[in-house]
Write a protein of this length. Structure first.
Length: 318
């Protein structure tokens, strides 16, 4: 049984061993794979693991030995699941591993917008505080979250955890979801339409999956409906946001700030307009990547493989 990992560096940069996966057969791990390398590297694979390396139809059709694909993530749009289905190749994902890490990171981004801790820490290291002659030096407005309203767009596992944390901070919570489900047991809480949520919120957190229906939904029109002192947080998927529209809204003061862990093309392109936008924090897609979350991801991947080999594949998306 040969197992090939196309891009394992982010799951295990050295602190999260592959032992549980390697127990199932001969394991070959590549840090990264360019599109033109995938077919050759996966040519002898019975089981293929991929995080962000694309596995399109033409690749699947060339892999004669391939029996199973497991995606090292929740999102599986990188694999042509229909092409795999036509060959009776199950495709699994890891649906639950980073809920707490991503929700926590949403608040790391939000608190940075509220307090700019890094910037204020630098005033101490650079000597600016000492030179100021004042006992309290603040360079930006400092914002309290109690009684403010957070709109959570996408009220699945992560969105619900973000709502719980917002409630713990004393915030009012609005939720937007096409499948609302049961309301949480805290208050104040309400479900709202996307338009109402953007209009009422002091903070909007995007926590939804990317679909053909919501790609680019955060556009000039929706941003214009927000409060001038509102913040936008995106720890979901970059293409949810029209980046030129957001950069323009930030620069013109339509909204007060944004913090993003994802962008439309990753790594970010040098010409991305958000790089020069006013009060825009961008981090390199790390909300998911705590060691605890990556260990859960590794464990579930091993469980996926074991279930497939027992003839009972789990977390199948096709």
């Amino acid at each position: 049984m040969k197992i090939v990992v196309l891009d394992g560096n982010r799951l295990n940069p050295g602190d999260n061993p592959w032992d549980e996966v390697a127990a199932f057969g001969e394991l070959e791990v590549y840090d990264w794979s360019d599109p033109d390398q995938v077919a050759a590297r996966a040519g002898e694979a019975d089981i293929l693991l991929t995080n962000k390396s694309l596995v399109p139809r033409e690749t699947i059709e060339r892999l004669a030995k391939l029996r199973y694909i497991s995606v090292l993530a929740t999102g599986y749009n990188i694999v042509d699941v229909q092409a795999a289905r036509e060959r009776d190749i199950p495709v699994s994902n890891v649906p639950v591993y980073g809920t707490d890490s991503v929700a926590q990171y949403v608040f790391a981004l939000l608190l940075e917008l509220c307090h700019h801790v890094g910037r204020h820490g630098e005033t101490v290291r650079s000597g600016e505080w000492q030179r100021s002659g004042t006992w309290s030096l603040f360079k930006t407005p400092l914002i309290e979250l109690v009684s403010k309203t957070m709109a959570v767009v996408g009220f699945g596992r992560i969105g619900r955890r973000v709502g719980e944390l917002a409630h713990a901070f004393g915030m009012n919570v609005l939720a937007v979801d096409v499948r609302a489900g049961d309301p949480p047991d805290y208050a104040p809480f309400a479900f709202a339409s996307l338009e109402e949520a953007f209009r009422r919120a002091d903070v909007v957190s995007l926590n939804c999956a990317l679909t053909s229906e919501n790609e680019g939904m955060v556009d000039r029109r929706l941003l214009a409906s927000m409060k001038a002192n509102a913040f936008l947080i995106n720890a979901a998927r970059g293409p949810l946001v029209r980046e030129a529209d957001l950069a323009d809204a930030l620069d013109r003061g339509v909204i007060a700030g944004a913090a993003l862990d994802v962008v439309s093309t990753e790594p970010i392109r040098p010409d991305n307009p958000l790089l020069a936008a006013r009060n825009c924090i961008i981090t390199p897609h790390i909300a998911w990547a705590s060691l605890e979350a990556r260990r859960r991801l590794m464990k579930t991947t091993a469980e996926n493989i074991g279930a497939f080999l027992r003839g009972q594949p789990q977390n199948v998306v096709n």
